[in-house]
Design a protein around this ligand. Sequence first.
Ligand code: ZN
Length: 234
Amino acid sequence: MAHPLEALLALQEKDRKIAKLQREIRDIPARKADIDKQLEGAKTRLAAAREDLKKVTADLKQLEVEVGSLRDKITKYKQQQMEAKNNEQYRAFLQEIATAEKAISGLEDREMVLMEKAEAVKAVITERETELKSEEDGVSEEKEMLNERLQEVQEDLGAMLADRGRITSNVNPSLLSKYERLFKNKGDFAVVQVEANHCSGCHMRLPPQVTNDALNPDKLVICNFCGRMLINLR
Ligand SMILES: [Zn+2]
């Protein structure tokens, strides 16, 4: 007569595979969220670079306005200079013009710096656009793969649950419910074998009586140390 726990060992093997598939199904949304997060990061980096360019462009425009207004002033000074009533006035306008031209030259230096900065930022934007594009391509590919995997896992799970049903139909219901409670509590094994006089669940050395009883198909033997069901298939 086969030991009744042998059927449970087969069931347990199936249940461990089922639990693994269920974990994988549970983890897939988190993996998708990670992928989305990575994509969001690339979007944020591109937006930041575009924001930088906007700022540099605005600064450049502001400088152009300032230069324009100084040039207007110079034109005005030159007209007034021609209408100067004396040398002193004439020289005063000359001085004003020189000051304005110096200011323009300073502004133009700053403009050069900003234009170089704008070029650098544009290069960064191009780089980040490429990065985002590749992230987007990667994302749809990775999600596609995850969806395929999900479908595969769900099919495997369905088949395993059907197998499980076939196995459990041959197990005594009260033993089955004991096993199920224990499997859930332990999270790994409910039924373990005696191996070289030790419980292979908790690795404690078992008394000879227990080792012997675990051979007997009429006895349900529980490990005193970990509470798992023991079977001795020696
Ligand atoms: Zn044990």
